[in-house]
Design a protein. Sequence first.
Length: 257
Amino acid sequence: MAFLWRYFPVAHDIPQSIVEHLEEFRRRVLWAVAGFLFATFVGLWQQNRLLLLLMRPAGLTHLIALTVLEPMLVKFKVAVVFGLILAFPWLLLQALMFVSPALTEREARYVVPITALSLALSVVGVVFGYLFVLPPSTRWLLNQAGSVMSVEITALSYVSYATLFLAALAVTFQTPLVVLTLIGLRLISRAQLRRQWRAVYMTITVLAAVITPDWSPITMLLVAAAMAGLYELSLVLARWVFPGRELAPVAGEEHAG
């Protein structure tokens, strides 16, 4: 993927004034805002389909609104969230094009693969949550009402609940990227992570309990299993990306020596 960088302005031998930096920043911000607005307008155009798609995992067929403004707020929120998701690669591209002149050739070679990995992990996290976690967790929460309570779900509360949960999973699925970064910066080694496996898996269990909305054992087990699998995958990738790195001292060990 290094060939992609021929389209990025990596020009370290051309100094720029503060005015030129500000002008470049303004240009990138304008392009980023334009892309986000376009994606948001697409979301407004398809708002009903997007809302039905978001309701499908919970098995819901309709939602209620308690205020006059709520239907408009829900549609706007769905469109904005969709716009952020759709425009995220474009926003990231503008950020990379702004900072690319400050990167060395070696650093530039890592940016595109890291960005692609981050995007892929985010998509996998959202799809995993949408298909396998959101349906059982929502059903479990609704079943808590039993025969004593009648649950009427407002549109705004459900959209907030579903989007926040899917966003949390997208962030959680960045585990391989975090582990690879720590190993790449020599802040920790694969051998240390293997020795501290009890602490790592305890942390994974706590995080799974925090991000799941219902705290049901099945949901937490699904999320924890996914995070554990990603963690083990990151160690395998680290061995391939950084061969022999576990034999090198990390930052703390170098200072201690």
